[in-house]
Design a protein around this ligand. Structure first.
Ligand code: ME8
Length: 523
């Protein structure tokens, strides 16, 4: 496979102290859709997710649970793997930062940074927020209740004073700014790129990258009194997973640099500033792109364990169905913006787009074929091609892949779905205009042609929508008797052909009895 047909993408690795909620499900879902899309489009994909298991926050949570940190992380990391199964994610690897391969990689990047002269020993005195696992300047703090001090994220900070190794981040301001300028698509969306640039322009301080006041982390090479700062350890997971420090290995040379780091807006700075500088310092190629998506709230409120309004993905999947949830999350909110989850919005989206538009189209076309065409794929008379309104819709369906591909490459999932739905709605309109039920009386062969064309249109939708709704599309393709090995994007017809190509549905193929795929919900 040629080098440009490879795609490596990652999710953040999630802190194991939290219960997985809709926010975590969202980021990994977005990556899952891209991974599935690229595979169907002929790419050799590597899709990585996992859990971030070191640091003070996890150590504290384990102490509260009354068990050793390793036992605690073994238990709670499983929650994230269960979520991955429940959401039907297709990741190729699930990394845990407590694994030996990762400890070795983290120590290796540290040694490289040290060897290249970017690490020095000093002592840290300043503010630290355990919740964010981040250091803050006095100027960034506000006064909280009872005289506490709060970081800009709302997390409480504590004063930390201890010996620490530092990374010479202050020296990277100019190289970083030059990199952002030379690579305008590195940070997306644009508004977030501007935020990062102004942060870096504001000046960078050297970064404390080791701690001595607790133990739960990767030991610093040759100085085991120190453990590595959890973010340096965590970010390194992205190269651990492709075999670092074995940079000559096939896996590493094939996969790195990564094509896309998908993150939430809360952790963009760590990826687009610190990670970039660490990699540059270690002489490692840098990522091609970082996309920072927006934040979900629940019925207008911030999602938080303390408020008790966490949306459990398992519960909404149970209520609405897995593919319905997958569709809603990526269709409802322009990817990159913040979004609000509400049951009302979910029901309205499912009913209008899935039940009324796509579901109804499939149901009416497949039932007509079942009743009037002996439950077999009908024949399309060449003379009828171009003669009925459904033909225009067929041409539009042929053009969809090209358009949708661009949106997926821009991580514009909502645009990709909108593009497909324009044609889905059009298909419902042109069935009415082509009126196969009237043709049944006047010209049954023309009715067969119209139904064949509609079945071909549905085949295109079902193949294209697989990344978003894998199970439902599999049902749609089963109902059209499309073999499992004929469901890739290479089976879609390209726009410039006049007649049907060899991948089109074969007349005479027997079809199963149609079944509804997207039930309506009462509002
Ligand atoms: O930050 N809306 O882990 P984390 C949308 N371990 N996305 C949300 C969300 C919400 N309300 N809440 C969480 C960490 N997320 C580090 C990452 S990476 C080397 C280390 C998603 O468990 C979003 O992707 O706090 C966010 O960036 C991530 O969960 C934070 O997960």
């Amino acid at each position: 496979m040629s080098a440009d047909k490879r795609y490596y993408l990652t999710t953040p690795i999630y802190y194991v102290n939290d219960v997985p909620h809709i926010g975590h499900a969202y980021t990994t879902l977005a990556c899952d859709v891209i991974a599935r899309f690229k595979r169907l489009d002929g790419y050799d994909v590597h899709f990585l997710t996992g859990t971030d298991e070191h640091g003070q926050k996890v150590e504290k949570s384990a102490a509260v649970a009354g068990i050793a940190p390793q036992e605690f992380t073994d238990r709670v990391s499983q929650n994230f793997r269960d979520l991955a199964d429940a959401m039907n994610y297709s990741h190729d690897d699930f990394i845990r930062t407590t694994e030996q391969r990762h400890i070795e990689a983290s120590q290796a990047i540290w040694a490289k940074l040290k060897e290249n002269g970017h690490i020095y020993l000093g002592s840290y005195a300043g503010w630290y927020a355990v919740r964010d696992e981040a250091f803050y300047d006095e100027s960034e703090l506000t006064e909280g209740e009872g005289g506490t001090k709060l970081a800009s994220s709302g997390a409480e900070v504590e004063w930390v004073e201890e010996p620490s190794y530092f990374f010479d981040l202050s020296k990277w301001q100019e190289p970083l700014l030059k990199f952002y300028e030379d690579n305008p698509d590195f940070i997306a969306p644009k508004s977030r790129r501007n935020e990062v640039i102004s942060f870096v322009k504001g000046g960078l301080h050297d970064l404390s990258i080791s701690r001595t006041s607790f133990k739960w982390g990767v030991p610093v090479p040759n100085d085991p009194d120190h453990i590595m700062y959890v973010w340096l350890d965590a970010l390194t997971n992205y190269i651990t997973a492709v075999g670092y420090p074995n940079t000559d290995s096939d896996e590493y040379t094939k996969r790195w640099p990564v094509d896309l780091h998908m993150v939430g807006k809360d952790i963009l700075r760590f990826h687009a500033v610190y990670w970039l500088a660490f990699l540059m310092g270690a002489g490692i190629d840098v990522p091609k792109r970082v996309f920072a998506h927006g934040w979900w709230t629940n019925e207008g409120q911030k999602i938080s364990k303390s408020i008790g309004n966490i949306i459990d993905p398992n519960e909404i999947v149970e209520t609405y169905g897995l593919d319905q949830v997958r569709y809603f999350l990526l269709r409802e909110v322009p990817f990159g913006n913040d979004g609000d989850f509400s049951n009302k919005a979910m029901i309205s989206r499912i009913n209008s787009d899935l039940a009324n538009d796509l579901g109804n189209l499939c149901q009416r076309v497949l039932s007509m074929i079942n009743k009037n065409c002996d439950a077999k794929i009908p024949e399309c008379r060449p003379a009828d091609l171009g003669a009925y309104p459904v033909n225009g819709t067929l041409q539009d369906a042929h053009r969809l892949l090209e358009k949708v591909r661009v949106h997926i490459d821009n991580q514009a999932f909502h645009e990709a779905l909108k593009e497909i739905w324009r044609v889905v709605r059009d298909a419902n309109r042109t069935v009415d205009e082509s009126a196969p039920w009237t043709l049944r009386e006047t010209d049954p062969e023309a009715m067969a042609s119209v139904l064949y064309i509609l079945a071909e249109i549905i085949r295109h939708f079902a193949i294209l929508l697989q990344p978003f709704m894998p199970q439902s599309c599999a049902k749609m393709l089963d109902q059209l008797a499309v073999p499992e090995n004929a469901r890739g994007f290479s089976q879609l017809q390209s726009a410039d052909e006049e007649a049907f190509d060899e991948n089109a549905l074969k007349a005479g193929t027997p079809l199963p009895t149609p079944e509804g795929i997207f039930p309506r919900f009462s509002d």
